[in-house]
Design a protein around this ligand. Structure first.
Ligand code: AP5
Length: 223
């Protein structure tokens, strides 16, 4: 089936953007484009950009726009993004939103929707401090809400997965990330509301219900 769907998932750290993106990838067969993942990959490969980004990421601050925009431009020009994409963690401020809009106008591929995953701040802290990730495949677990079991098991990688905690999921860095979200990213809610693209869903419920609300908000893939 040929589809076209270009969406932005907007929401605070821990609101479930990554979790829901992975489900959308399966349902809509379009790629997840996560600037956080792209940056973590650059950090792991110790590229020059990665080393510059790491300082900001470890402190819970935004990486400079030029680095992120270069990554997005390159990623969205790949063939697998031609029929659509899920932007997870981008844009993150008004300047990035304006740059995205200019890039998509250039490509002739406007956004279909921006979905805000709405969650109370108190819930976010617990979700982030409880997050664990399978080092092998990147699958996300949570010691409170979706534990890997006892003994731990990953559906994709089998028994004895190595579960790691992100460096920026330490309490002091979580606090900074939430502060940065309020100051720099939250203004995008009004920006996209004014553009007529915003949909808001309650993401403070279980993962299946959030996914049902999300697919209802963006609609079935266009053929
Ligand atoms: P990034 O990787 O984008 O992190 P984030 O936005 O802080 O978001 P998270 O990945 O922490 O949370 P999420 O919303 O994806 O939640 P998840 O689904 O994992 O960015 C990291 C850093 O990179 C930034 O701080 C910045 O330095 C830099 N960066 C990235 N993009 C940038 C940009 N555009 N510009 C500049 N800098 C940028 O879920 C969290 C936990 O909750 C999991 O354990 C999960 O299992 C659990 N969970 C999820 N949904 C539910 C649910 N419904 N119920 C119960 N538990 C749930």
């Amino acid at each position: 089936m040929s589809i076209s769907m270009r969406i932005v998932l907007l929401g605070a750290p821990g609101s479930g953007k990554g979790t829901q993106s992975q489900r959308l990838v399966e349902a809509y067969r379009i790629p997840q484009v996560s600037t956080g993942d792209l940056l973590r990959d650059a950090v792991a490969r110790k590229t020059e950009l990665g080393l510059r980004a790491k300082v900001a990421m470890d402190a819970g601050k935004l990486v400079e726009d030029a680095i992120v925009l270069g990554m997005i431009r390159e990623r969205l020009s790949r063939p697998d993004a031609a029929r659509g994409f899920i932007l997870d963690g981008f844009p993150r401020n008004i300047a990035q939103a304006q740059a995205l809009s200019a890039l998509l106008a250039e490509l002739g591929t406007p956004l279909d929707a921006v979905v805000l995953l709405s969650v109370d701040t108190g819930v976010l802290f617990k979700r982030l401090s409880g997050r664990r990730i399978c080092e092998e495949c990147g699958r996300v677990f949570n010691i409170y809400t979706s534990p890997a079991g006892s003994p731990p098991h990953c559906d994709r990688c089998g028994d004895k997965p190595r579960l790691i905690q992100r460096l920026d999921d330490k309490e002091e860095v979580i606090a900074k990330r939430l502060e940065v979200y309020e100051a720099q990213t939250k203004p995008l809610v009004e920006h996209y509301r004014a553009a007529g693209l915003l949909r808001v869903i309650d993401a403070d419920t279980d993962v299946d219900r959030v996914f049902a609300a999300l697919t209802a908000a963006v609609g079935a893939p266009r053929t």
